[in-house]
Design a protein around this ligand. Structure first.
Ligand code: FES
Length: 106
């Protein structure tokens, strides 16, 4: 169980309670947040679930797999805080995670 904070392009903040094992992408879709299209449904092949992780959290996430790194090349405005939200599974240790949805995806 964790609370994930989404910050949308208009700087609105939304704290969402999540069960463990749900991806951050699924959480965003269930919450109807704009900007997370997730066109491939979580198969790590579209990059439309791109998010920026708050700097204080980026090192605390599981390491990125090669497939995620390759797919991220399709996203816009990628930086060192970029991740694909479908590849981040919620666990207790992610309680308080802060995720920014890029303005370019609206
Ligand atoms: S939902 Fe397609 S890469 Fe994440």
């Amino acid at each position: 169980m964790a609370i994930i904070r989404f910050i949308l392009h208009d700087n609105s903040q939304h704290d969402i309670d999540s069960e463990n094992g749900v991806s951050v992408m699924q959480l965003a879709r269930q919450s109807n947040f704009p900007g997370i299209l997730a066109e491939c449904g979580g198969l790590c092949s579209c990059a439309t679930c791109h998010v920026h992780i708050a700097p204080e959290w980026i090192e605390r996430l599981p390491a990125m797999e090669d497939l995620e790194r390759d797919t991220l090349e399709f996203a816009e405005h990628v930086d060192e805080y970029s991740r694909l939200s479908c590849q981040i599974q919620v666990t207790d240790v992610l309680d308080g995670l802060v995720v920014h949805v890029p303005e370019s995806q609206y």
